[in-house]
Design a protein around this ligand. Sequence first.
Ligand code: B1M
Length: 233
Amino acid sequence: MSDQEDDIILAELSDDELVLQMHDDLYDGLKDEITEGVNILLGRKWTPYDVLTKALVEGMRIVGIDFRDGILFVPEVLLAANAMKAGMAILKPLLAETGAPRLGRMVIGTVKGDIHDIGKNLVTMMMEGAGFEVTDLGINNPVENYIGALEAQETDILGMSALLTTTMPYMKVVIDTMVEKGMRDDYIVLVGGAPLNEEFAKAIGADSYCRDAAVAVETAKALIAKKHNQMHA
Ligand code: B1M
């Protein structure tokens, strides 16, 4: 870090400057600075959602570009991910604090072979904030984990996350297994992750593709309401 960077006092920056600085700090994997930045923005009455999307998610998007282009490597991206998680940990209770009524239960996990969990964690946070109970299976889940969790307790929604083109086909393995076991129609299946799209979701037999965590919440609410209406029709 240069002397000049040492001199930056985050609390003295304007909102716009601070957000740009946080993108840099996330890029550099500076956990303490990200924690401080999140707290400053919250202190300035930013909503937790705006802090999450404008400071953290946007910062990680920039990291992703340089990772793709071979400018950043796995160890650096891991540091960025840890810094992002430190920021998310502050926002998590605030996003869950809505007092929303219980809307349903979801099981979510990242598929086998895939260890990316930031997006899934974000979906979990937003779903909990919207009033869903969420069982998070973590990363690298074989089909047995999903089926076991669905069978263990009454669940409305299965959510799967995949960030790699090599792991996204595994979602079909899970859905096909649900079909074989005659349980597919008992659940709403939502899928998400950067390489997916609506077409893919349709092709593997999911109910919907969710572009981001906010869309996951809206889609879950809409499909739950539809299911309830059908049941009471
Ligand atoms: Co990885 N990685 N990575 N990585 N990594 C990507 C995904 C990649 C696109 C980077 C790149 O090249 N530009 C690329 C995949 C290329 C491809 O397959 N097309 C890639 C690669 C290649 C790899 C490795 C193979 C690298 C290597 O080892 N050589 C390796 C694979 C490891 C494995 O999984 N087996 C690897 C490793 C890692 C780290 C461990 C270093 C780290 C993960 C840390 C962690 O998650 N704890 C990492 C990271 C951080 C990334 C990038 C930079 C950022 C991902 C992220 O957290 N984004 C990523 C680049 C990118 O995506 N542009 C990249 C922020 C997050 C908020 O967004 O996850 O998209 P996202 O989630 C969004 C939506 O997608 C959606 O909502 C979320 C919130 O809005 N969503 C859902 C996600 N899941 C959902 C589930 C739902 C609904 C919505 O269910 C209902």
